[in-house]
Design a protein around this ligand. Structure first.
Ligand SMILES: Cc1cc2nc3c(=O)[nH]c(=O)nc-3n(C[C@H](O)[C@H](O)[C@H](O)COP(=O)(O)OP(=O)(O)OC[C@H]3O[C@@H](n4cnc5c(N)ncnc54)[C@H](O)[C@@H]3O)c2cc1C
Length: 441
């Protein structure tokens, strides 16, 4: 690649699309030709457990499609593979950049990475411009009147809705400026196996959600046997759809669906404002619960052989497809933390390894909610009854029948714990730990 003038570099991360992309828009409006970059980040890939990871396969597919589209427009995508700091140090040796543009990423690892890149670039006098793209409101944009962050969802949601106006939903018309893309010639793309991964037969949900599904979301969303939710989690996670477009549809079609998208924003805000949640309980007292952490029971939970049909169906769905319905996520998570008294971080990590839509903020929020340690008012002594949940939300038994066909036969596992005894044990354990903590303050 030879260029007579300095380039603007645009770095794709959780925003893998050309349309309505804030950072890309501003890059394209800068004065120099724009070279798009994607890095297969070894710091992230090295932490993934197996050579088969459908998320890497999804990213690889998406990057291939982006590369093809950019080539059709006479441009290209520079795809690198390595540790971002080393990759940047290397490309800065070969190419001259006027500026680097990207979109914000709020996770603790990403923030450290970006700070290091910013410093490296600053040494060479190259500015690093970053933009909000994956949420409608970020950081301090929705706070209490005194400027402090909200820690409870309902008042946060009220303020979020009051703050929302058309300005925040305007799309970024990148297509007007595609002519400003650089023409780097044909650029190579590593294969999945060069990245150290194998492909699987996972089928990825599409980006087009039937309007009818969203319109009836509030009536169907709680029933795992129905195709009643959007399955857009994966696309929102990797930015293959725009949150602004999604919220606009939600506004028009269904307030309950919009509510879920606000939960997503809430958990992003919580992780940003209270980064300790990535490691510890939001409420410090809950770090003192004496978890039983029985490894055999954990293995049975993971495998979906606890003897509780709805729990087992959820875990088997997750293991087979990388997806689990939200109602069932709540039930299996509660079962792990309360019935088995296993540290919520074990479950959080298991989900992180399996969910296609895995997102640190939402997953952590969901797990802390289930453990009672999070930032909402649900009292710890409210323990889901997995059998009652099954009766209520899978009345026709279709979901359980699909994933646990043997559930009514003698081959089916005996319940790992007795519900009533486990419920009492959980409440006593929590109560004692929280009282001791309070008394020792
Ligand atoms: C223990 C636990 C772990 C979870 N882990 C994740 C995770 O890693 N990634 C993730 O995106 N969601 C997570 N959720 C939230 C929720 O279960 C999923 O977002 C939802 O099931 C995804 O299905 P969908 O795409 O069909 O969502 P829909 O119901 O159609 O909702 C649309 C979008 O809104 C967002 N959303 C919906 N519900 C929530 C919620 N409660 N919290 C935050 N965002 C929400 C998601 O981006 C979702 O794709 C978790 C929930 C629990 C209880």
């Amino acid at each position: 690649m030879l260029f007579s003038q300095p380039l603007t570099l645009f770095w794709f991360r959780r925003d893998l699309r050309l349309e309505d992309n804030a950072g890309l828009y501003y890059a394209l409006k800068s004065d120099n030709p724009v070279l798009p970059l994607f890095i297969f980040d070894r710091d992230i890939l090295d932490k993934l457990p197996t050579p088969v990871d459908a998320r890497v396969q999804f990213i690889h597919q998406t990057i291939t499609a982006l590369q093809n589209r950019l080539q059709q427009m006479g441009s290209g995508l520079l795809v690198q593979h390595g540790k971002p700091l080393e990759v940047f140090a290397q490309i800065l040796k070969n190419l001259k950049f006027a500026a680097v543009y990207t979109n914000h990423d709020y996770e603790p690892y990403a923030q450290q990475r970006d700070a290091a890149i910013k410093e490296l670039l600053a040494h060479q006098g190259i500015p690093f411009y970053t933009y909000k793209d994956q949420v409608i409101f970020e950081k301090n944009e929705v706070t209490k009147p005194d400027g402090k962050p909200y820690t409870v969802f309902t008042p946060y949601k009220k303020r979020w809705l009051l703050t929302l106006n058309e300005f925040y939903l305007q799309s970024y018309p990148t297509e007007k400026y595609f002519k400003n893309l650089a023409s780097p010639g044909v650029l190579p793309l590593p294969t999945l196996s060069e990245l150290g991964f194998e492909s699987s037969k996972t089928s990825f949900p599409g980006q087009i959600v039937p309007e009818e599904l969203v319109k009836t979301y509030d009536q169907t969303r709680d029933y795992p046997a129905l195709a009643g939710t959007s399955r857009l989690g994966l696309h929102l996670r990797f930015g293959t759809i725009s949150i602004r477009q999604t919220v606009k549809s939600a506004q028009q079609l269904n307030a309950t669906w919009l509510n879920e998208l606000i939960w997503r924003e809430f958990y992003h805000m919580i992780l940003y404002q209270f980064p300790h949640v990535a490691e510890r309980a939001f409420k410090p007292a809950y770090d003192h619960i004496p978890w039983r952490n029985n490894e055999e029971e954990f293995a049975q939970w993971c495998a979906g052989t606890t003897g509780y049909p709805l729990v087992d169906a959820g875990m088997r769905e997750l293991n087979a497809t990388g997806f689990m319905h939200n109602r069932v996520r709540m039930v299996v998570a509660s079962f792990l933390c309360k019935h088995l008294l296993i540290d919520w971080r074990w479950g959080e990590a298991y989900f992180a390894g399996k969910l296609l839509d895995y997102d640190l903020a939402a997953n952590n929020g969901g797990w802390q909610w289930a453990a009672g340690s999070g930032c909402d008012a649900a009292p710890y002594f409210r323990v889901f009854n997995p059998s009652a949940q099954f009766q209520k939300f899978d009345r026709e038994k279709l979901y359980v029948q699909q994933w646990v066909p043997e559930w009514e036969s003698s081959n089916y596992s005996k319940p790992l714990v007795n519900h009533e005894l486990a419920r009492k044990r959980a409440i006593t354990t929590y109560k004692t730990a929280l009282t001791n903590y309070k008394n020792n303050l």
